[in-house]
Design a protein around this ligand. Structure first.
Ligand code: C2E
Ligand code: MG
Ligand code: MG
Length: 698
C-alpha cells in the first residue's frame, strides 16, 4: 500500500517506535536502503528537539493525524526540510495479530520541501529586488486592481502626495482617494478624468495635475496586465514643477537679451501693442526712439568682441538709468536700442533723446581703456507717424537712418516739425534749381587739399573737393548739396565736371614739374554710368595726363552694391592705369573680402577715427587695425583730418604712409595750392639740408 504513494512513507510500531516498513521514496529521501531503514528507530530520524519530544511522548496522544513542517536528517547528515504527516491507523481485530498486541500503527508520510523552499526564496528575492526598483524610481507609483483597490505603491508616491502613513497602513483606500482629491486644485476635472480612466481598463495616457500647494504633477497611467489580460492599473506621478520653472526661465531668457538683460525685440512689439491700446483708450500719445550707436562695429572689431560686449553692457546701464521706470528700453540689435516713451509729445520725446545722448557723453572705461561713443536716435510719434507697431518702428528706423546718412550723432524726428518740413522742402527744390544754374553758369569751383607724405613731409598729392558759393544761398557745403545731387541724379553731371576740371589742373601741375597724384571723389551713381570708364579715359586723353596720376575715391557702399559689376568696372579702370582708393574706410560695411578681390591701391582712414587720436583708445585700436590690415594687403594709407602734431606723429609711428588735414592745409584754391607747393618745396629742402629724413623734392 505504501509503495503506491508518491511521497516518502513508512510505518512505525507504536510500542517500539521501530520502522516496520518503508517505501522506495523514503529510501531516496533519507539516503538509506529500505532494509536498513526497517531496522531503524523513528527517533533516530528526528532532527529537531520537537520531533524527539513528539516521538517520546506526544505521539501517544495522537488520535487522528498531525501535519508539521520540520526537518529530517539524511544518512549523510544533511537536514532536509519536509512536510510531515503522522497518522494513527487502527486495524480491526484481524488475522495474524498477536494476542495482546495493539492493533494499530503510525503511518509517517514526508514530502520534501527543498525545491518548494528554494523557489519561494528565489521569488522573495525577486520581489524584494522589484520593490527596491520601485522604491528607487523618482516617479511616485500607485498600483490598483480593476476595482480600484490599492495593490501597491512606493515611498515616492507617499512623499509626492504627502499621504499620511496611517492611511496607507490601515489599507483605507477610500481615505487615500479622498486625500488625493483634496490635494488637487481642480477636483472636478480630476474626478472626471479618474472616472474616464476607470471606465476603460485599457486606456493609456498622461495629463498634468496642479496641486493646491503649487506643485505641478504629470500623471501617466497604463493598464497592468497578466498574460495579456488587464488585472489592474499603474499610475506614475512625476513632479514637473521644476522643469516647468526651467521652461519659464528659458522663456524669460528668450525674451531678454542675454548680454544686457534688457527686453529684446520680441518684447518690444508687445510693449508697443500695450502702449497702443492704452493710447487709444486714454487718448495719450507716446514716442518710439530708435537709438543706434555710431561706429560701434569698428570699435568692436578693434577691441575684440569681449570688450565690445562690456561696452554694450555699460551703454545699456546708462540708457536704463536715464529713463523712467515705465519707459521700456530694449535692445533690438548688436548696437541698437528701441526706447518706448509713454505719454510723450514731441517735446518730451526730444527731451528723452537729449538725455540719452547726454548719458553717453562721458567716456566709457572698458578694460582700463577710455572710449567715447556717440549715438544716432530716430524718433517716431504716435499717432502722427503710424498706427501700428510696425509702422512706428519703421518710422523711427527711417529717421535714424536719415540721420546716419548725414553724419549721425544726434536725434531726428521722422516728421520734422511742420514749419521745418516746409522750409526743408522749399530749400530742397531751391537747391536743385540752384545747382543746375551753378553748373551752367560755372559757379562750382574745385579746391584742393594737399596729401602729405608722412615720412618726407612732401606734398605728394591733392584731393579735389568741390566748392559752391551761391549768390543767394551763400556757401553751400558739399555735405549738404552732394546728397541732394545724388538723390536727384544731378551728381552725374557734377561728377563729369569735377573729373574734367581736376585732370586739367593735374595736367597743369605736371606741366610745371609737380608730380602730384590727383584724387577725386566718385559717387555711386556716377560710377554706375555705363560710359564711366570711357569718360575717365577720354578726360585723361584730352589733357594728356598719364592715368597713373589720377586716383578715384570710392566708398565702401559702391563696392558692395552689385559687386560683380563693380569688379568688372574696377578691373577696366585698373587696366587703364588709374589708381583706386577707398574713401572713409571703416565707416561703411568694412567687408574685408573686397579688399582682396578688388584692385584697390589705397585706403583713406576716416576722419572720425583720427579725431580721438592719440588719447581715445578705441580710435587707437581701430587705426592700428586698419594700418596693419593695409600693410598686410600692401596698400597705401592716407589718414584724413589730421589736425594736430600729435595725430601726425601717431600716424607716422603706426606706419601709415600719408595724411591730409588742416595741420598741413585745408582744401584751398589752385592758386593758394601753387604757393603752398613752392613753400613746401622750400621746407623740404630745408629739412634735407639739415640732414633730416628727406630724400629731396622733385
Ligand atoms: P571726403 O571725401 O571724405 O573729404 C574729406 C572732407 O574732410 C572734406 O570735407 C575736407 O574738407 C574735410 N577735411 C579735410 N581735412 C580736414 C581736417 O583737418 N579737419 C576737418 N574738420 N575736416 C577736414 P568737404 O570738402 O566738406 O567734403 C565733404 C564730403 O563731400 C567729402 O568727404 C566727399 O564725400 C564729398 N565731396 C566733396 N567733393 C566732392 C566731389 O567733387 N564729388 C563727390 N561725389 N563728392 C564730393
Ligand atoms: Mg574724399
Ligand atoms: Mg573721406
Amino acid at each position: 500500500m505504501i509503495e503506491g504513494l508518491l511521497d516518502a512513507a513508512w510505518l512505525v510500531d507504536p510500542d517500539s517506535l521501530r520502522i516496520l516498513a518503508a517505501n522506495a521514496a523514503a529510501a531516496t529521501l533519507l539516503g538509506i536502503d529500505v532494509s536498513t531503514l526497517c531496522r531503524t528507530d523513528a527517533l533516530e530520524l528526528s532532527a529537531t528537539p520537537e520531533d524527539i519530544a513528539f516521538w517520546e511522548s506526544g505521539v501517544g496522544e495522537l488520535t487522528d493525524s498531525v501535519d508539521v513542517q520540520t526537518f529530517v536528517s539524511r544518512a549523510d547528515g544533511k537536514l532536509v526540510p519536509v512536510l510531515r504527516r503522522v497518522t494513527r491507523i487502527r486495524f480491526g481485530p484481524g488475522r495474524g495479530s498477536a494476542p495482546g498486541a495493539r492493533n494499530e500503527t503510525y503511518l509517517v508520510v514526508m514530502r520534501d520541501r527543498s525545491l518548494e523552499l528554494r523557489t519561494q526564496a528565489e521569488l522573495e528575492e525577486r520581489l524584494s529586488e522589484l520593490r527596491a526598483t520601485l522604491d528607487s524610481t523618482t516617479d511616485g507609483i500607485l498600483v490598483t486592481d480593476l476595482s480600484g483597490r490599492i495593490v501597491n505603491f512606493n515611498p515616492r508616491f507617499v512623499a509626492l502626495w504627502g499621504v499620511p502613513e496611517s492611511l496607507l497602513t490601515e489599507h483605507d483606500d477610500a481615505a487615500v482617494s479622498s486625500w488625493m482629491l483634496r490635494r488637487v486644485s481642480d477636483p472636478v476635472s480630476y474626478t472626471k478624468r479618474l472616472h474616464a480612466i476607470g471606465e476603460s481598463s485599457t486606456l493609456e495616457g498622461s495629463d498634468v495635475l496642479t496641486l493646491r500647494c503649487g506643485k505641478v504633477i504629470e500623471r501617466r497611467t497604463l493598464p497592468q496586465r497578466n498574460r495579456g489580460q488587464p488585472i489592474g492599473r499603474v499610475f506614475a506621478f512625476r513632479d514637473v514643477s521644476e522643469s516647468l520653472e526651467t521652461n519659464r526661465r528659458i522663456d524669460a531668457l528668450s525674451n531678454t537679451d542675454a548680454l544686457t538683460g534688457l527686453p529684446n525685440r520680441r518684447v518690444v512689439a508687445s510693449r508697443i501693442e500695450y502702449a497702443l491700446a492704452l493710447a487709444q483708450r486714454e487718448g495719450v500719445a507716446f514716442a518710439l526712439l530708435h537709438l543706434n550707436l555710431d561706429r560701434f562695429k569698428p570699435i568692436n572689431d578693434a577691441l575684440g568682441s569681449a570688450a565690445g560686449d562690456r561696452m554694450l553692457v555699460e551703454v545699456s546701464k546708462r540708457l536704463i538709468a536715464t529713463m523712467r521706470q515705465v519707459d521700456a528700453v530694449s535692445r533690438v540689435g548688436a548696437d541698437e536700442y528701441v526706447i518706448l516713451v509713454h505719454q510723450a509729445d514731441m517735446q518730451r520725446a526730444e527731451g528723452a533723446a537729449r538725455r540719452l545722448l547726454d548719458a553717453l557723453k562721458p567716456p566709457f572705461t572698458v578694460d582700463g581703456m577710455n572710449l567715447t561713443i556717440t549715438a544716432s536716435i530716430g524718433i517716431s510719434l504716435y499717432p502722427g507717424d503710424g498706427s501700428t507697431s510696425d509702422e512706428l518702428l519703421q518710422a523711427a528706423d527711417d529717421a535714424m537712418n536719415d540721420l546716419k546718412a548725414s553724419g549721425g550723432a544726434g536725434y531726428r524726428f521722422h516728421h520734422q516739425p511742420v514749419g521745418a518740413t516746409v522750409v526743408k522742402l522749399r530749400t530742397r527744390m531751391k537747391l536743385d534749381h540752384a545747382m543746375r544754374q551753378a553748373l551752367a553758369s560755372g559757379r562750382f569751383r574745385l579746391h584742393y587739399q594737399p596729401q602729405v607724405d608722412l615720412n618726407s613731409g612732401e606734398i605728394v598729392g591733392a584731393e579735389a573737393l568741390i566748392r559752391w558759393r551761391d549768390p543767394e544761398l551763400g556757401d553751400v557745403p558739399p555735405a549738404e548739396f552732394i546728397p541732394a545731387a545724388e538723390s536727384s541724379g544731378f551728381i552725374v553731371a557734377i561728377g563729369a565736371w569735377v573729373l574734367r576740371q581736376a585732370v586739367q589742373q593735374a595736367a597743369l601741375w605736371h606741366g610745371r614739374g609737380h608730380r602730384l597724384l590727383m584724387s577725386i571723389n566718385v559717387s555711386a551713381l556716377q560710377f554706375q554710368q555705363p560710359d564711366f570708364v570711357d569718360s575717365v579715359a577720354r578726360a585723361l586723353a584730352e589733357v594728356g595726363l598719364d592715368p597713373q596720376w589720377l586716383e578715384l575715391e570710392l566708398t565702401e557702399s559702391i563696392l558692395i552694391q552689385d559687386a560683380q559689376e563693380a569688379l568688372h568696372r574696377l578691373q577696366a579702370l585698373a587696366q587703364l592705369g588709374v589708381k583706386l582708393a577707398i574713401d572713409d574706410f571703416g565707416t561703411g560695411y568694412s567687408s574685408l573680402a573686397y579688399l582682396k578681390r578688388f584692385p584697390i591701391g589705397r585706403l583713406k582712414i576716416d576722419r572720425s577715427f583720427v579725431r580721438g587720436l592719440p588719447k581715445d583708445e578705441a580710435d587707437v585700436g581701430i587705426v592700428n587695425a586698419i594700418v596693419n590690415l593695409g600693410k598686410a594687403l600692401h596698400l597705401d594709407m592716407v589718414a584724413e583730418g589730421v589736425e594736430t602734431e600729435a595725430q601726425r606723429l601717431f600716424m607716422l609711428n603706426t606706419g601709415c604712409t600719408q595724411y591730409q588735414g588742416s595741420l598741413c592745409s585745408p582744401a584751398i584754391d589752385a592758386l593758394s595750392f601753387d604757393a603752398l607747393l613752392d613753400r613746401g618745396l622750400a621746407f623740404a629742402q630745408d629739412m634735407a639740408d639739415d640732414g633730416g629724413w628727406i630724400e629731396g623734392g622733385s
